[in-house]
Design a protein around this ligand. Structure first.
Ligand code: SAH
Length: 577
């Protein structure tokens, strides 16, 4: 819940806009200001104060406690120009809502204000170690300081896991030069591990969710018993509870309250498998009891192995009165995101695409596209940019790199799935589901051009690429003919290059056989980029020399018309004369 505190009329008006934007997520606090802030502080996870920062600081100062549990606080000035993240900047991704940095961005978005963010790691683009999406322990402040000061930080990867980029001064130990630090002077270190290790004054432990705990239980087992047994098994194996990524059991126990509660407490899923699947796994310690009860000689060990996709257990079966547990480690799953960058303008790049670019440690794409977003990448991001023509090699490299356990973004203009890299990447990834693959849609050239021209795609339309590099011309011609006969609006991609000059005139001739010479045609070059050109003409008047590879051509259907200089394809036929 976001508590809103305003004093002046302007503050109240801005506050009302937040209420209108988030009716279920906000609550207004009225009355004497100090009292209102005190009540909001006690009842809300996030506060937006339409007050000066100084006034807000004085009001909340007596209530400050722990930075992990204090509410996030954002101040908005009287003119509604700035949304200042005042307190709790990084408390992101918790059940209590986002931290003040993100809240400031959201508030600024609604009010048309500028967010003001002062936490060092956000401002410099160096990732806050507590914002990597993994639990972190140890000397977070000291190691963050070292990263900010560009001191060398050793990264030791005990368990490979896809992470966002770390700054260039963070170097994996196996590649780093011999340790020149003076004996007795430990160097700052980041260790990615699920093991229990002594952290020390200069070490941060990042906990990947790499452990799977298989659990068997008798009906009615208590959550406390299960949790204690898990704790004991992990301690026995020298493993950290913070790295438990899933619990696993047999289907029959899917609603066993003790197991469900422990999964909730740990914030992990409870995966279940049919007894027949568990029975098919060879385990070190099979037993007769579960065979009789649920139909498999092993629940804990078999479920841990199956859920982790592992061959060996880290901790074999351990028992308490009513439960059994076993622990396995899952292989790291790399992540490949196929990110559409939109047609060119920065504000047509989606926030989701930006978030993915910033959480990738490797970005792969055509150099002109990578250049479009280079400034958004975290320092230390490994960039593999290449020239035109290497599409397959790029797609292959992206998949191979993700398979090594890294977090890879493969970028393309418009949408990455439209005449772009997503298809070769998915084909190359094949049927092995060994990496997570996520598509992030982008605004295509077709949509950007359509919006600039008016509404040419208001009714059925077809998109045809005129590039005969990978498609025989006969096939392209047949499709154009079908679209012509079907009276589709047609968008031509890759319409014309220095070496391919004949295709567009041929395609237009086919359309001319089925449409009047007055049919509107739109040509959009460099849509939403600096050299954008928009031309509305007709089938009879189109001069193909204005068209190049950075253009799309949209030819209207027999219903498309020009309205006040805009190209419009009517939605239905009932208004037709
Ligand atoms: N994935 C892209 C298409 C890549 S194919 C998308 O979703 O839009 C490359 C072709 O797209 C170019 O030859 C041109 O026809 C078209 N194109 C891409 N960006 C464009 C832009 N900003 N303006 C006009 N056409 C563009």
């Amino acid at each position: 819940m976001i508590g809103l505190v305003s004093v002046t009329a302007a503050g109240a008006a801005a506050s009302a806009r937040l209420v209108a934007a988030w009716p279920d997520g906000t609550r207004c606090y009225d009355g004497p200001t100090a009292e209102a802030v005190r009540r909001a502080w006690g009842e809300c996870d996030q506060l937006v104060c339409f007050l000066a920062t100084g006034a807000t600081v004085r009001l909340v100062a007596p209530m400050l406690g722990d930075k992990r549990s204090d509410p996030a606080v954002v101040c908005v000035d009287e003119a509604g120009r700035h949304a200042v993240a005042l307190l709790g900047g990084h408390r992101d991704g918790t059940a209590d809502g986002c931290g003040a940095n993100q809240l400031a961005e959201q508030v600024a978005g609604v009010l048309g204000a500028s967010p003001v963010i002062t936490t060092a790691t956000d401002v410099t683009g160096v990732p806050g170690l507590d914002t990597l999406g993994l639990p972190v322990e140890g000397a977070v402040a000291a190691v963050s300081r070292a990263l900010l000061d560009q001191e060398p930080v050793q990264v030791q990867v005990d368990v490979a896991w896809p992470l966002p980029a770390l700054p260039g001064t963070a170097v994996q130990s196996d590649q780093s030069k011999p340790d020149r630090s003076k004996p007795g002077q430990p160097r700052p270190r980041i260790v990615v591990t699920d093991r229990l290790l002594p952290a020390g004054a200069q070490t941060v432990l990042l906990r990947p969710p790499s452990l799977v705990v298989g659990v068997g239980a008798s009906r009615g087992v208590s959550a406390d018993e299960v949790e204690q047994l898990i704790g004991a098994a992990l301690a026995h194996g020298g493993l950290s509870m913070a790295s438990v990524g899933a619990l696993a059991t047999v289907h029959d126990k899917a609603d066993e309250a003790g197991l469900v509660t422990v999964a909730d407490r740990l914030g992990v899923p409870l995966s279940t498998f049919p007894a027949s699947r568990l029975a098919s796994v060879a385990v070190p310690n099979p037993s007769a009891a579960p065979l009789a009860a649920v139909g498999t000689p092993s629940v804990a060990e078999a479920a841990a192995l199956v859920a982790a996709g592992a061959d060996d257990l880290l901790v074999p079966k351990r028992k308490s009165a009513m439960a059994t547990v076993a622990v396995a480690r899952r292989a790291p799953r790399g992540r490949l995101t196929l990110v559409g960058l939109g047609p060119g303008a920065r504000d047509l790049l989606t926030p989701r695409a930006i978030a993915e670019l910033r959480s990738a440690s490797v970005v792969i794409g055509l150099d002109q596209y990578v250049d479009q977003i280079r400034d958004l990448l975290r320092p230390g991001t490994h960039v593999l940019a290449s020239g035109l023509g290497d599409e397959e090699a790029r797609a292959q490299e992206a998949v191979t790199t993700a398979r090594s356990g890294r977090s890879v973004a493969l970028v393309g203009s418009g949408d990455a799935g439209v005449y772009a890299m997503a298809s070769p990447a998915l084909e190359f990834a094949g049927d092995d589901i060994d990496i997570d693959i996520v598509g992030i849609p982008g605004v295509t050239a077709n949509l950007a051009a359509s919006a600039l021209l008016g509404a040419p795609l208001g009714h059925d339309h077809a998109v045809v690429s005129l590039s005969d590099l990978h498609t025989p011309w006969e096939a392209i011609e047949a499709r154009v003919r079908a679209a012509a006969v079907g009276d589709f609006v047609v968008t031509f991609y890759n319409p014309r290059s220095l070496n391919r000059r004949q295709q567009l005139p041929l395609a237009l001739d086919i359309l001319r056989e089925h449409r009047p010479p007055t049919t509107p045609v739109g040509v959009v070059r460099e849509a939403t980029r600096a050299d954008e050109q928009v031309l509305l003409t007709t089938l009879a008047d189109l001069d193909v020399d204005v068209v190049d590879m950075r253009s799309v051509v949209i030819v209207g259907s027999t219903n498309t018309r020009a309205v006040a200089g805009r190209m419009v394809t009517p939605r239905g036929y009932r208004w037709m004369s």
